[in-house]
Design a protein around this ligand. Structure first.
Ligand SMILES: *Cc1c(COP(=O)(O)O)cnc(C)c1O
Length: 404
């Protein structure tokens, strides 16, 4: 299909919900994507932090192909081996006791919220409970996840959302403390805010929230959908803080491109749900679990977490250099391979120029932050190449602004 024809047909067929870039990708390999004209792109977005092991990872491809030929789906009325293997490995890596597989991140959040509600209900709080969430958070687009997403722009057209949600300032312990009362049954937050602009929780904040939850017998839910699966330089970001959540969510990189997520729990939260409380038709099917199982093996075999620590340090150093050279770069945050550069101007034109002129895929997080969430298997040479292309994109955009 000719590129423009594909774009036109897509615009005709789909709900007008996305503003897409005029690129039609056809295949990928490692850190590279190729469009239908065969043009190569360097990718530092990983399909929004999904392709941790890179595009076309041969081992994952093989696992998917083998399982697809054998059995894709049976429903949760029966047992299947790939889901057991994946669940055991995931629970082990996350130091959790119970796993529930979902088809997406937002569904993992729905499940986690239901655990909190069920926990409150079991305690005899009835429906008279509250959940504390964070401003500038992102937890997904389904109505429950949207209810705890601290973004008026996303929420407003769909109000009223679920009741009893109160928003605190991220990294401001006093603002959380001020919202706690005898009705609070849970706090939900990202360990590192992703869409909100790459803000890691401070250690003081995370430890403080954990202590407040313990004091009030409330559950701490950490959303690791974006920052989990090795991206922070720990398998899960909270493991770098010495603070353990009661419930956590994972998705994005778990299946390296097949849609699979999960919520996990331990201790009192692990026993909160009982038979009939939740369900899914597809969730945990053998096809996606064969992929997740192989992904979890490969994290061990390839020592991905150690690699992320090394590459994250190198990316940090190179972005610091870029920040010094470019006046329009005003901030740099993050850890491991989840970093953000803040600009004094909207980053849309830079992202656009990088993609269309430099053949570099970058994604933003909010209007003034470029987010770096590359495949975790990048090399130093990839980082060097990215810096060169990004600097050129910044140069071209600032030049054209100066000329205008
Ligand atoms: C992407 C994301 C979600 C939602 O995941 P979907 O698979 O898009 O539903 C939830 N929380 C965080 C932190 C995310 O980055």
């Amino acid at each position: 299909m000719e590129k423009q024809l594909c774009i036109d047909r897509a615009e005709h067929a789909f709900y007008k919900i996305y503003n897409r870039f005029p690129v039609v990708f056809d295949r990928g390999e490692g850190v590279r994507l190729y469009d239908t004209d065969g043009t190569e792109y360097l990718d530092f977005g990983a399909g929004i932090a999904v392709m941790g092991l890179g595009y076309g990872c041969p081992e994952v491809t093989q696992a998917i192909a083998d399982q697809a030929a054998k059995l894709c789906h049976t429903s949760n009325l029966f047992y299947n081996e790939p889901s057991v293997r994946a669940a055991e490995k995931l629970a082990w890596a996350a130091q959790m006791e119970k796993v529930f597989f979902t088809n997406s991140g937002t569904e993992a959040i729905e499940g986690a919220l239901k655990v909190a509600k069920r926990y409150a209900h079991n305690k005899g709080m009835g429906t008279d409970y509250e959940i504390i969430a964070m401003k500038h958070s992102f937890h997904g687009r389904s109505l429950g996840a949207l209810s705890v997403t601290g973004n008026d722009h996303y929420q407003e057209p769909f109000a009223p959302l679920i009741p009893g949600i109160r928003f605190a300032e991220f990294n401001d312990l006093d603002s959380v403390k001020a919202l706690f009362n005898e009705k609070t049954c849970a706090v939900i937050m990202e360990t590192i805010q992703g869409e909100g602009g790459i803000y890691p929780a401070t250690e003081e904040f995370l430890k403080g929230v954990r202590a407040l939850c313990d004091e009030h017998d409330a559950l701490l839910i950490l959303d690791e959908i974006q920052c989990g699966m090795g991206r922070s330089g720990h398998m899960f970001a909270w493991q770098g803080y010495g603070v353990k959540p009661d419930v956590m969510t994972v998705a994005k990189a778990l299946g390296n491109g097949v849609p699979v997520g999960a919520f996990l729990a331990w201790g009192k939260a692990a026993s909160a749900m009982t038979a009939g409380d939740h369900g899914t038709t597809y969730g945990g099917n053998p096809l996606v679990c064969a992929a997740a199982d192989r992904v979890l093996d490969l994290f061990e075999e390839k020592q991905i977490v150690t690699h992320v620590q090394e590459m994250g340090a190198y990316l940090w150093e190179r972005l610091e250099g870029l920040k010094e050279r470019c006046d329009c770069v005003t901030g740099h945050r993050g850890v491991g391979l989840i970093q953000g550069l803040e600009f004094s101007m909207p980053v849309g034109p830079v992202v656009n120029n990088a993609l269309l002129e430099q053949k570099l895929v970058l994604i933003s997080a909010g209007s003034q932050v470029i987010r770096f969430v590359p495949p975790l298997v990048i090399t130093k040479a990839d980082v060097d190449e990215m810096i060169g292309k990004l600097e050129e994109a910044i140069r071209q955009v600032t030049l054209s602004v100066a000329e205008a």
